[in-house]
Ligand binder design. Sequence first.
Ligand code: GLU
Length: 416
Amino acid sequence: MQAKSLYGMAVEQFNKAAELMDLEPDLAEVLRRPKRALIVEFPVMMDDGHIEVFTGYRVQHNVARGPAKGGIRYHPDTNLDEVKALAFWMTWKTAVMNLPYGGGKGGIRVDPKKLSKRELERLSRRYFSEIQIIIGPHNDIPAPDVNTNPDVMAWFMDTYSMNVGHTALGIVTGKPVDLGGSKGREEATGRGVKVCAGLAMEALGIDSKKATVAVQGFGNVGRFGALLIAQELGSKVVAVSDSKGGIYNPEGFDVEDLIKHKKEAGTVVTYPKGERIANEELLELDVDVLVPSALENAIHEGNADKIRAKAIVEGANGPTTPEADELLFKKGVLVVPDILANAGGVTVSYFEWVQDLQAFFWKLEQIRSALEEMMTDAFNDVMKTKEKYGVDMRTAAYVLAIDRVAYATRKRGIYP
Ligand code: GLU
């Protein structure tokens, strides 16, 4: 089956909100389109001496409120359409959080699991050099995303710094803590997910201490999301999965122990204290909260009807298709949308960038409490908008975000 355009799907979400708020059609067209899309084809010398050519992207969707901001992913399926959608979502995500940023995203079409560490370093450095023509601490600030991490961010930072002749910490966020990174950045997306899961349960009258939660994906987001939901909300995390499959235990997992197992074994599926289930089964479990934190299109018209969770907290970007959204809304499932639910990462990225520019670093407690406060405020703002218009949370989040970006665009005017 030919996959639907992800950017098309993202625009559908936007259009729904734009219509609802009576946004001028001309302005809607400006806000829908990406400002810049760069495609780079570049050679990398592999360990055995042969050369491979890779394709990379960096898209800046909108910069009306500040520099473009967003991660860089390494994935064999990455393509321009996907990166355009992801950049688009970053614009609305930074606006929902009221951060002084626009939206951007990048990616390389590669399976990083097939590369050696040296190959990964050469790939990362060459890619960053190639996109450097549009990157800068005041232009566009990348960060981690699927399959990239603080080590990759350190190579990016060093590559840019070597090219410009001085160390530029504020060029990228998600760096190692002792190299211009921020305390609390690694757990930040998971912490934001936890805040949203807690508030969603509260809104539905669910006691978090008695709640059950299933988490799809055990990368940076799923791992910390599951851990903090168990530790700080006291909920039972009864199912988790990664790209190899899922595991289920109705008694709830010791998530810390599970993380240890994943580190050693490379997967959660071999964890002995649970029964193996398929990724699709995990999504359909009878739980209170479902946290899809893997890739796009996990919940679609084929399985939305079978979802039994009362709330969905989107740790991933774009895990729910518009068709599934409609079905879930009719069923009364509360969907906390990606542009709010996973915004904890970019929020602490913002803190990191501010710390880098000021060369003054904050304490972990300050970061955690500032993040939790901003996530709570954004959640409540979205809830108010939802009630005002009588719509789902995604549409409400878009209304809030579009209003802010539209204001900036009108106020700045069209140049020349
Ligand atoms: N990749 C993350 C996201 O999708 C973080 C982006 C950032 O920190 O700039 O929100």
